[in-house]
Ligand binder design. Structure first.
Ligand code: ADP
Ligand code: MG
Length: 693
């Protein structure tokens, strides 16, 4: 492994580079600023900038950029070179503290949902010193937050950082009461497993749907899909292995802890899991991972599809967001330890989690909603759209015992314990865990399986941090006042179980019975993005985010509108792509094959059978007529929908009218493909794409 240790983080201005290149006092102030989230003064910024520049130039960089995550969901950068004229016709290489701290990209074309009036098109980027700068494509990238002139967040990172502050504030109160060590900071840890598909570029790039939408809008099922489960953890093919090796190398150079790569359930589907790290760094790293997956795939003649459902009928792709919090002294709030029933920090935190998720099912659902993920959530082999928590039998019964008054005491304060194993029956539960649950306890963390593969994980983590901060705050208020804290904890857990145990479900989340049961329990079942979006701006949620300083009313309303816009645009582009495919490729192809069949019929002797030709031609003619009519209808629907002047109604119409028509058309196309001679069909088939890498 010497190679790994040699290359790991070589393109990152990380702790080692800083320690080596910064004067001791500057290094210390920077580290303090990072750990306490304090502002950095100008003198320090100038010194850091100088050291960063030297380091970057030595590593081949010529440009710098403020790297940020606007609401488009992908990262943005505007490159400036280090070159400045020296006034004598020569150049010097310049990079000041000012350049480091603040940037002013021409931001008028990033979505702002009305937050940035057009006369004030500027947005500002501000250095996030807690995420290390790195070099990519000869450019020094400085992770930044992006906000408006008034300081309102225009990006995904700012609210995430604010939510980390909120949970730090509230969880710290709990830790101070329940932990033995002197705790001064709470860390949010996130590990996000990334699923993706790889297809051959020379095969797939002839499909407009793959190129423009990242998913197939039609395609008959191949005779073999994923039913044999032979791809899952199967042998990795050489071409994919070469891709994975290079991807790992590139990620390691950027300090991303890529750890395991394996095949997933669907053919051509794979997964990359990193080692968990601080939430905002994990978010930055996940963005980089997605970007590099696409780039490296391209170099290998492959296309990396990050869409949630590139192919109908086989599994979609998600991003498993593993989440936990721990103290700066190393105590994980969600580590059950040897005796979970004695571990009050664990029990109280898990109760907080149960309450937070049950009270805010809408926000969890909203933060994972997208046009792409709609094809996945509630579909087969994907987590259901209904939110529930899998705790496992052993832990559930501990909570039930407390609820039923069969449990009255705890051990002392929680200490950091090195290498304490969980009790065997919990281990069994967690390793043998339920894959059908949208949120599962997995040993010392909660795994959220709903996020879509193409989504930024900033949104879901902002929500988890905020709702947990809210419940911790309520619990801390009670505990700080309580005379007998142990008694109060029991009371809190009892109340929580009574009010919120409906969110616990250890059974099969894909079953029909669960849908009925969940409805009886009064759990939300939100099936589409347009249905999920309005919940975000509920008064309850505005109050929640404002209470913790994570998002204000304006920011929420603008984000809601951006969510509507993104949804509408996505379906709009898909519809236009489908129309083009139908008119220019599909209908002419069917017609051509029909013509061929008629020609054969006319050649054939009068008394020979023409059953195959006549029946097939007639069926195809019928399908093509129907496709033609539906294509017209689709065009009308797109036209009409685009003119609706309420975003909410427009999104609903894109879903109810446009998408519904697209599905109808798809079915006819797939049926036509099944009876059209292979060489006449204008696109590579599913089988060609899924099994030919
Ligand atoms: P599994 O293979 O059972 O899904 P792993 O232990 O491999 O579980 O972890 C999956 C992901 O969860 C990895 O990205 C890992 O780094 C992350 N993870 C592990 N422990 C934690 C934790 N305490 N907090 C957040 N993420 C974690
Ligand atoms: Mg997992």
């Amino acid at each position: 492994m010497s190679k790994l240790t040699e290359i790991f983080g070589i393109n990152v201005f990380g702790d080692e580079a800083m320690a080596k290149r910064l004067p001791a006092d500057v290094y210390k102030s920077l580290k303090d600023a990072i750990s306490d989230g304090k502002a950095i003064d100008r003198h320090i910024a100038d010194t850091v900038a100088e050291a960063m520049k030297e380091w970057a130039i030595e590593h081949g960089a010529t440009h710098f950029t403020h790297w940020f995550q606007p609401m488009t969901g992908i990262t943005a950068e505007k490159h400036d070179s280090f070159i400045e004229p020296d006034g004598n016709g020569n150049i010097i290489l310049e990079f000041s503290g000012k350049n480091l701290i603040k940037g002013e990209p021409d931001a008028s074309s990033f979505p702002s949902g009305g937050l940035r009036a057009t006369f004030e098109a500027r947005g500002y980027t501000a250095w996030d010193p807690s995420s290390y700068a790195f070099i990519k494509d000869k450019t020094l990238c400085i992770p930044t937050a992006f906000c408006s002139y008034n300081g309102e967040a225009l990006d995904k990172k700012t609210p995430l950082l604010r939510s980390m502050e909120a949970i730090n504030r509230e969880a710290l109160r709990i830790a101070k009461m329940l932990c033995e060590e002197d705790v001064s900071k709470i860390n949010v840890s996130v590990g996000s497993e990334q699923e993706y598909f790889l297809v051959d570029k020379s095969v797939a790039s002839s499909r407009a749907d793959i190129v423009f939408c990242g998913r197939t809008l039609m395609g008959a099922k191949p005779p073999k899909g994923q039913e044999m489960n032979d791809h899952y953890f199967g042998v990795i093919k050489p071409r994919v292995a070469a891709f994975m090796t290079e991807l790992d190398d590139e990620l390691w150079k950027l300090g991303v802890y890529a750890k395991t790569e394996h095949n997933e359930v669907a053919p051509a589907q794979h997964e990359l899991a990193p080692i968990f790290t601080t939430a905002n760094i994990a978010t930055d790293h996940n963005q980089l991972t997605m970007e590099l997956m696409k780039k490296v795939a391209d170099k290998h003649g492959l296309i990396c599809l990050l869409h949630e459902k590139p192919f109908a009928g086989v599994n979609g792709s998600g991003k498993h967001n593993n989440w936990s919090i721990s103290t700066n002294t190393g105590i994980n709030f969600f580590k059950p330890g040897k005796n979970p029933e004695e571990n009050k920090l664990f029990l109280l935190s898990t109760a907080a989690f149960i309450k937070a998720i049950d009270e805010h099912q809408d926000l969890i659902r909203y933060s994972t909603a997208s046009a792409g993920n709609d094809h996945r959530l509630g579909g087969h082999e994907a987590p259901p759209a209904i939110i529930s928590i899998y705790l496992g039998g052993a832990l559930t019964s501990i909570f039930e015992d407390i609820e039923n008054g069969e449990h009255h005491s705890f051990g002392g304060k929680v200490k950091m314990s090195v290498g304490t194993e969980v009790i065997p029956y919990i281990k069994k539960d967690t390793s043998d865990r339920n894959r059908t649950s949208p949120i599962a306890f997995t040993g010392n963390k909660f795994e959220f399986r709903m996020p879509g593969s193409s989504d930024s994980i900033a949104g879901i983590n902002t929500v988890i941090n905020t709702i947990m901060a809210d419940v911790f705050r309520e619990f801390a208020d009670r505990l700080e006042k309580a005379e007998d804290k142990d008694k109060e904890i029991i009371a809190i857990i009892k109340e929580t179980m009574k009010a919120h145990k409906r969110i616990l479900f250890n059974g099969d989340g894909y079953s029909e019975e669960w849908k009925e049961e969940a409805a009886k329990r009064g759990l939300l079942n939100i099936s589409s993005t347009p249905e999920a979006i309005p919940y975000f701006a509920d008064e309850k949620n505005i109050a929640l985010f404002e209470r913790h300083g994570v998002l204000n009313r304006n920011e929420i309303v603008s984000r809601r509108d951006i969510a509507y816009e993104v949804y509408c645009k996505t379906i709009h582009i898909e519809a236009l792509t489908l129309i083009e495919m139908l008119k220019r490729d599909v209908m002419p192809a069917i017609s051509k094959y029909e013509g061929k069949l008629y020609k054969t019929i006319s050649y054939k002797a009068d008394n020979s059978s023409k059953k195959f030709e006549t029946k097939t031609a007639a069926t195809l003619a019928d399908y093509n007529d129907r496709i033609f009519d539906l294509c017209d209808k689709l065009e009308e629907a797109v036209d009409k929908t685009g003119k609706i002047n309420s975003l909410e109604k427009m999104a609903k119409a894109y879903h109810d009218d446009v998408l519904a028509l697209m599905n109808e058309i798809r079915e006819l196309c797939d049926k036509s493909q099944e009876i059209t001679k292979r060489e006449y069909w204008p696109y590579p088939a599913y089988g060609d794409m899924l099994f030919h890498v």
